[in-house]
Design a protein around this ligand. Structure first.
Ligand code: PEP
Ligand code: MG
Length: 325
């Protein structure tokens, strides 16, 4: 099968009925960037910036970060890279940053909460991203946003860094896109306000679903209790997409589900046209896309949504089997 994916590497990401789908890759280490070439992914839809912070003995300074982000952009060779600001806390602990023990670290002091409480950290990261993106497109997004005010505060910080760079006569990014991750359910209920502010949305299904179902993604006893292809998930995904489409805001799904062929088929059937996944998912998802008819799957998914009862996963699996997907 590996050979088959390689043979298909240079073929475009289009469905059997000619519908283009943007397939990007998730990355977190400089060495992951080699997979861009290897998989043929169209860009990096999620660059998890925290991993380099975790492998160093202390918080990297602005020049160190700038160099790193420059190398990432260089390795991307003109393909887009969406940088996600620090998402530490929870399962990603910085050795030099003593966190108090928390009963529920996934719901604790993590991610944007830390970086808004310690703005110097976020500022240094954004400053480095602005510098590294001189002459390129800067795409940056914030993790674990639970309230529009948090997005506003983080965005203000980006704007301040851009003004600072301009004031100092530095060369600036060609374009700037600032987005949010959608991974806290509360954001769904202020989504109109979110859409008025952001340039793009990236749906992080790993966290969004663990919070939606109140089931710890890191605890194998409960992480399998919910199904990523169940009715509540499909309905949620459909609603998010409709709202993004109405606002003409691009949306990407970047959680693990995007990299699983059956889930990716359902996402494209729901109407999603941008997925970002870990590198090993790219080949299998491309193969699936090229064998699916997006119109027919779309009609089937719509019917599924209108006829509750039974497991959507079982139905979708049977559909895929019957249609040679
Ligand atoms: C997610 O939560 O779906 C996500 C992509 O972010 P991470 O897996 O890094 O938490
Ligand atoms: Mg997440």
């Amino acid at each position: 099968r590996r050979a088959a994916y390689l043979a298909e590497r240079d073929l475009p990401f289009v469905t059997g009925d000619g519908e283009p789908v943007t397939v990007m890759m998730n990355a977190g280490l400089l060495m992951d960037m080699a997979h861009l070439e290897g998989t043929g992914a169209m860009g990096v839809g999620l660059y998890r910036t925290e991993l380099p912070f975790m492998t160093r003995p202390s918080l990297p300074d602005v020049p160190t970060q700038t160099l790193l982000y420059q190398k990432i952009l260089e390795q991307a060779g003109g393909k887009p890279v969406v940088f996600r600001t620090l998402d530490v806390g929870s399962d990603k602990i910085l050795p030099y940053w003593s966190n108090d023990a928390e009963d529920n670290p996934a719901m604790g002091w993590r991610s944007i909460r830390i970086t808004l409480d310690r703005p110097a950290v976020l500022r240094s990261q954004v400053r480095a991203l602005v510098r590294a993106s001189a002459g390129h497109d800067l795409r940056v997004m914030f993790p674990m946003v639970a309230d529009v005010d948090e997005f506003d505060a983080a965005r203000r910080l980006v704007d301040a860094e851009l003004s600072r760079a301009a004031g100092r006569g530095q060369s600036l990014p060609e374009t700037v896109c600032v987005g949010t991750m959608l991974e806290v359910p509360a954001l769904l209920f202020q989504f109109d306000e979110v859409l008025r502010r952001v340039d793009f949305v990236s749906l992080g299904s790993n966290d969004l679903l663990q919070f939606l179902f109140a089931a710890d993604r890191g605890n194998p006893r409960v992480s399998g209790r919910y199904d990523t292809l169940s009715m509540p998930v499909l309905r949620l995904l459909r609603r998010v997409l409709e709202q993004c489409q109405a606002a003409e805001t691009p949306v990407t799904v970047c959680g693990e589900m995007a990299g699983r062929p059956l889930e990716a088929m359902a996402l494209v059937g729901l109407g999603y046209r941008a997925l970002s996944m870990s590198a090993p998912g790219v080949g299998p998802v491309k193969q699936m896309l090229r064998s699916m008819d997006s119109q027919a799957v779309g009609a089937y998914v719509r019917r599924l949504l209108e006829t509750p009862g039974g497991s959507p996963r079982t139905a979708l699996r049977a559909y895929a089997r019957d249609h040679g997907i």
